[in-house]
Unconditional design. Structure first.
Lengths: 113, 112
């Protein structure tokens, strides 16, 4: 089954404790991206990757890191999480860019205390 | 800058009612426009898109027309069903960029 898989689905943690949210797709997609969803603000792009080893900042990259060492994986890293990063996070992928349908994961709800 | 403005929800309708969700945008050049839908507990799914002025996107009974003169991309459906209850997001891809700018989303609740 074609899918984008995020882990964990839920996480409660404390300020400053490094965490990684994994994202994996099995569709051989070139393009992957991360969004955060906050009430009243919709989805805002954090980072995106056009293909392996190529990443670029979205609209809200501060406090986040990403890497794209393999085509299928695109982890989101919070080196020192803070409460303002409490949010619902989505990973998405597509064949080669945003003109194609984005396939979204089911989301990861992070709570930073 | 680039932005998307959607009508605030929630929108509450009876089954078989007519639906309109307004979306207007600000962008330079010729953006592509999209509607995505998010069902409870799931990620977003592409509903329809339009890539140039006067284009009409359609899918599952939903339609939206790219109107450059009014910078709008309103979503319509002639007869909604309970299963259409979801959050609907309007989005644009700025010309020359490979990213999406989303609106805040509009929650639709359809009751029998």
């Amino acid at each position: 089954e074609a899918q984008v898989t995020q882990n964990p689905r839920y996480l409660i943690t404390v300020t400053g404790k490094k965490l990684t949210v994994t994202c994996s797709q099995n569709m051989n997609h070139e393009y992957m991206s991360w969004y955060r969803q906050d009430p009243g603000l919709g989805l805002r792009q954090i980072y995106y990757s056009m293909n392996v080893e190529v990443t670029d900042k979205g609209d809200v990259p501060e406090g986040y890191k990403v890497s794209r060492k393999e085509k299928r994986n695109f982890p989101l890293i919070l080196e020192s999480p803070s409460p303002n990063q409490t949010s619902l996070y989505f990973c998405a992928s597509s064949v080669e860019g945003v003109d194609q349908p984005q396939h979204f994961g089911d989301g990861t709800r992070l709570s930073i205390l | 800058g680039n932005s998307v403005t959607q009508m605030e929800g929630p929108v509450t309708l009876s089954e078989e009612a007519f639906l309109t969700i307004n979306c207007t945008y600000t962008a330079t050049g010729y953006p592509s426009l999209f509607w995505y839908v998010q069902y409870p507990g799931e990620g977003l799914q592409l509903l329809l898109k339009a890539t140039k002025a006067v284009d009409k996107g359609s899918n599952k009974g939903f339609e939206a027309t790219y109107r450059k003169e009014t910078t709008s991309f309103h979503l319509e459906k002639g007869s909604v069903q309970v299963s259409d209850s979801a959050v609907y997001f309007c989005a644009l891809k700025p010309s020359g960029y490979n990213k999406l700018i989303f609106g805040a989303g509009t929650r639709l609740a359809v009751h029998p």
